[in-house]
Design a protein around this ligand. Sequence first.
Ligand code: SAH
Length: 304
Amino acid sequence: MRKTLPEVYKAFDGVSVHLKAEPLNTSVSARMEEKGTEKGVAAMSACYQGFDPAAYLQYNYTPPRADFERKDSIVPWKLACLHRAFTEGDVNGELLVDIGSGPTLYQVMSGCEVFNKVLLTDFLEVNRQELRGWLRDEGGSSLDWTPFLQHVCKLEGRGASAWTEKAAKLRQVITDVVPVDVHRPQPLALDDLPSAGADCLVSCFCLESASPDLAAFNRALGHIGSLLRPGGHLLLIGTLGMNYYFGGPGVKIPAVPVNEAQVCAGLKENGYTLIRLEVYTTPQDMKLGSDDGSGVFFAKARKE
Ligand code: SAH
């Protein structure tokens, strides 16, 4: 006699322990993992509603984290990594896309010299507004980017006074500031990108700060890879070992703590060849309580 559906479910009740031990269910467990991630992604999106661009800039882009006199300050370290990556000769072309720009511009200050167009992206309208405010050049930005521009000009051997030219260059090549969601298989709107894809992606502190777990982080790496042409480069910066950070006063945002090995494995799994991985260890006096990260990684990779 055929069993009705409820009876079949009932028949499984007593053997649930045994079923758990079965190694067959990979697709089921992958689906469960995705379901878990979906919930986590929704929870993260809710946390981000309190994100405060001015406070975030204050925590992360003023001294001691942005102290251009200190060799061990994190911002000069990031700018040096990006400067090197964009001046080695292998990274250039038509379009550079920055994934999860937030309210910041430092990450494209070297790249704007070797790409004709730069597209900025973020999940939050408040961050897109902050960036558009700077692009319009009518004052009212939450942070003065001048020392950053001056520092990058010095790295390029141009002298700090060239910073106004760099600011003008940035305003000229940045074509738009658009929404992005790294948890969607297609993170950008279709008409934001040419069908061939971008020549280069840069993404700083986005994936680990936007993902509820390592599986979501890895999937997001794959999603953004779909925006990149084969042979194009990914410059990925992120925090190591971070469980949370503050996106504003009292706005505690959970993050996925990643280590170097996990970043390398994630890149490999998603079809990138690692060219270089550099690691910065956060000095004790730069642990400010605005996050619990232990350091920062910089990866230069190429999409197969
Ligand atoms: N790139 C900047 C900002 C990093 S903060 C910097 O270098 O400082 C993390 C950023 O991830 C925030 O701007 C946030 O809006 C963005 N973000 C959050 N969820 C996201 C998602 N699902 N997809 C893309 N970006 C997301």
